[in-house]
Design a protein around this ligand. Structure first.
Ligand SMILES: Cc1cc2nc3c(=O)[nH]c(=O)nc-3n(C[C@H](O)[C@H](O)[C@H](O)COP(=O)(O)OP(=O)(O)OC[C@H]3O[C@@H](n4cnc5c(N)ncnc54)[C@H](O)[C@@H]3O)c2cc1C
Length: 175
């Protein structure tokens, strides 16, 4: 068994509370296209609890205000490709998302999962870096902090996320 308990919170506050409660025994899951494979192939040890964040509406949004595009972490690559806002304002993301796997994987795979995994093979990262994207992170107390993507990515499979934090969104100033 890869995990003992599965939670599907409907808001960010619940998700943060679950991470707080289960600590290092908890792991976030979005599309699961990286995580489930890693568990199945025993590349990572089994986890006690998984917290699925794909039902949190705030994490699914794509918005544009004052020439700044914000993309929720749980926007799937398929929805990114379909979005007129993305096509018109940051089209390189559409090109990059089209390079990822096939339609079945893109229907599940999220932008946040691609970045948080910190794989050198992640296809969305170069495009986000080219746009000088910022990462918005929900902290344990629910407050948001912002960090440049090139600072967020600290090395192979290493990101600037403290225990209990969740990648909330990415934002880009439209060139
Ligand atoms: C057949 C196949 C082909 C693939 N081909 C490609 C490819 O061509 N290019 C490519 O780049 N990738 C590819 N991938 C990898 C994968 O599909 C992508 O990296 C995908 O975007 C991961 O997103 P996810 O939502 O599935 O992540 P998940 O598997 O749900 O999560 C990945 C990691 O990120 C963490 N995480 C997820 N969301 C958050 C968050 N909001 N905050 C903090 N941590 C979070 C999870 O805990 C986990 O450690 C492929 C995968 C498969 C199975």
């Amino acid at each position: 068994m890869w995990f003992n308990q599965y939670f599907l919170p409907s808001d960010l506050h619940q998700a943060l509370q679950l991470l707080e409660k289960y600590g290092t025994g908890a792991r976030l899951i979005a599309g699961g296209t990286d995580l489930i494979l890693a568990l199945e192939e025993k590349k990572i040890p089994p986890v006690e609890v998984v917290v699925d964040i794909t039902r949190i509406a705030d994490l699914q949004k794509i918005s544009i205000t004052n020439d700044r595009v914000e993309i929720g972490t749980c926007v799937t690559l398929a929805n990114l490709i379909r979005s007129e806002t993305i096509q018109q304002s940051v089209p390189l993301l559409v090109d990059a998302a089209r390079q990822v796997a096939g339609p079945q994987v893109r229907n599940l795979a999220t932008l946040g999962g691609n970045v948080a995994n910190a794989s050198p093979a992640a296809d969305m990262v170069p495009a986000l870096l080219a746009y000088d994207a910022r990462v918005r992170i929900a902290q344990r107390d629910g407050e948001l902090r912002n960090v440049r993507l090139d600072h967020f990515l600290k090395g192979y499979r290493q990101v600037d996320l403290a225990p209990g934090e969740i990648v909330y969104s990415f934002y880009i100033d439209v060139p």
